[in-house]
Design a protein around this ligand. Structure first.
Ligand code: ADP
Length: 175
């Protein structure tokens, strides 16, 4: 029997990617990364970590609900909560790809360390980095919380349901 290579379409399997984070709360930077990932992979699971040690400003349920609200227009994305080791969660989903966003040089060291630790624990799981768009390269959830807590307007940085949620926690913007 002649052996032949598979054609591209024969090789095409449905690829699931997991994008984990605390999403406290989800920002337009996160949405930018998910949108880019959703254009590459068949399905993206945005995995909201319980992250108890970070003492999040929003409960896990609120963070999941906000992410669901904001990501509703992207039909190949779903939002799931998780706790425990990321690699265990990734395997439980039957996935082999983890997405992480990279902003500035500052993210690099931590993210590469994390990717290597995860690879050590789960060699079958690959981390794929997506560069933030320039527009959001300075943006983080902690900055957004900080601005909101001082009465600043965050409407350029987060979607309306998130701005409303921040206003409920910190009060409406004063300027
Ligand atoms: P974690 O607690 O895991 O750091 P975050 O919710 O802060 O969770 O971030 C999740 C992922 O999204 C990380 O890979 C982080 O680098 C990335 N990220 C956060 N903000 C942005 C942004 N503005 N642009 C691109 N990636 C981002």
């Amino acid at each position: 029997m002649m052996l032949r290579r598979k054609t591209a379409s024969e090789s095409a399997m449905s690829t699931l990617a997991v994008y984990p984070g605390t999403f406290d709360p989800i920002t337009r930077g996160h949405v930018d990364v998910v949108s880019r990932a959703a254009a590459i992979f068949d399905h993206v699971v945005l995995a909201v970590a319980a992250s108890e040690r970070k003492d999040p400003a929003f409960s896990l349920e609120e963070r999941v609900a906000l992410a669901n609200d904001v990501l509703a227009p992207i039909d190949n994305v779903s939002v799931v909560e998780f706790s425990g080791l990321l690699v265990d969660f990734v395997r439980s989903q039957g996935a082999h790809v983890v997405i992480r966003g990279l902003r500035a040089i500052g993210d690099f060291e931590y993210e590469v360390q994390l990717a290597n630790l995860n690879r050590r624990m789960a060699p079958d799981v690959e981390t794929v980095f997506i560069a933030a768009s320039q527009e959001y390269a300075f943006l983080s959830s902690s900055m957004v919380r900080e601005i909101s807590s001082h009465g600043g307007d965050v409407s350029d940085f987060v979607d309306p349901p998130v701005a409303d949620a921040l206003a409920r926690v910190y009060g409406p913007p004063r300027r």
